[in-house]
Design a protein around this ligand. Sequence first.
Ligand SMILES: [Zn+2]
Ligand SMILES: [Zn+2]
Length: 573
Amino acid sequence: MINKELAKIFYQIAEFLELEGEKFKSQAYEKVALILETMSQDIKEIYEKGGRGALKEIKGVGESIAEKIEEYIKTGKIQYYEDFKKKLPFNLDELTKVEGLGPKRAKVLYEKLGVKNLKDLEGAAKKHKIRGLFGFGEKTERNILQAINFLKKSTGRFLLGEILPLAREIEEKLKSLKEVKEISIAGSLRRKKETIGDVDFLVISSDPQKVMDFFVSLPDVIKVWGKGPTRSSIRTKEGFDVDLRILPQKSYGAGLQYFTGSKEHNIFLRRIAIEKGFKLSEYGLFKGKKMVAGQNEEDIYHTLGMDWIPPEMRENQGEIEMALSHSLPKIIDVKDIKGDLHCHSDWDGGENSIEEIAQRAKEMGYSFVGISDHTKFLKIEHGLDERTLRRRNAFIDKLNLKFKNKGFKILKACEANILSDGRLDISDNALKELDVVIAGIHSSFKMTKEKMTERIIRAMKNPYLNIISHPTGRILKKRDEYQIDFDKVLRAAKEFGVVLEINSWPERLDLSAENIRRAKKGGVKMVINSDSHQIDQMRFMEYGVYQARRGFAEKEDIINTWPLEQMIDFLKK
Ligand SMILES: [Zn+2]
Ligand SMILES: [Zn+2]
């Protein structure tokens, strides 16, 4: 969605205008930015459906702003904004990658400290020169350093949700070649890490030359890094690199094991092999000169006296020990999911009607779906108040009559907001009438650890609350988790019978794998939800499942793998 990109540009234009004394115009841009930021409908779609006229129907969007939105959709930039930037003596694009820095503050940093780019900024922050500036302070300086570290970590990586569909497309094309006898995705993508550097394919083929010719001339290839008989490497137009290796059949399993990683997992595995008198490499498992396993990955693990380990678990987080003692958890699978409890409907500004969501849920093989519209606080997302919520509930009751005795049910849910003091933004009387109450933090992210922990725990004490959505608030590549004492949150979740969400949205995947392991250990139940705002996003569920697998979650840990009755009983507390 380009909404957020546009919002960021408009915020910056607002600041430029303010610097130039154009107060009124500045406020107009700021208002539109705020609306764009929280709007769930894709602005590009609005434009594609109804042109500039449809844009102007959005509150606050007049002719001139509509024109700029159109320009951005068509050309990827806004000349008016580019002209502003040209006037500046510093690199605004670089500096504003740091959250919280806009033209106004960047100008101060330039004028007082001569900061022109990220490198200057990092230097100034490390030398503690920023904390003394008016309006900045020690906390801002720390935030700047954190943001820079974060940027360094996340550049050049792609979200699992961006890259997996593209990799599957390439895989399908390669599979269509009759010379491709077998193909697998390896590397971090096979392990379903939340962000991915590049994609690795392994292939068995009788005619490698033909496969390589086909691979380097795929339509999306913009650069060929290298082409050889056993290995070629390309870059796609989306900007990620793809490696293809041809392996001999007898080593295919060993190669798959080796190139799947992780490095830490493999180091440990090779050590076990040595201890047991073997030698493990990408070519096979050897006893002396004799290869004893190699064609199948399973055989390698079995010959080493352990169970086969699902790729998502291979991060050296105890999985090898468990495989050796035959005590690996039976981690969940996509097909175990019986329903999705977090779907936004058109009642709160989402794209699709409740009927459409129910229809898609049934197509996905679910036996229930929860309609969890936003409540009051998020006015721009058309959050529902008590009265509208009640009307919506009555509507769901009516729809449910159709599914009676058909093994499917629409659940009345909501996603309330946890206000900064920990109260929910809607009355208990309204919550009481729902099947599932979800609540999450959507505002005031920057709080001290104590305050934030207290805030969440106070919300958990609400007797009607069932689920905390996206519990740590992180946005991959953009924003770290907010400060919370996760152990305290876990203890409270256990005490008050509150379920923590694994949010499947590709940018969130919140909880992280590590936090899922911690929750499991603490006996806290979890739920995997899509948080969809349109029915096509309901497919995000699979990413949440992979995340749960990375966190060793079993069916008993994840309430939406349970039969509906059992889940509802549990939620009633
Ligand atoms: Zn939310
Ligand atoms: Zn949501």
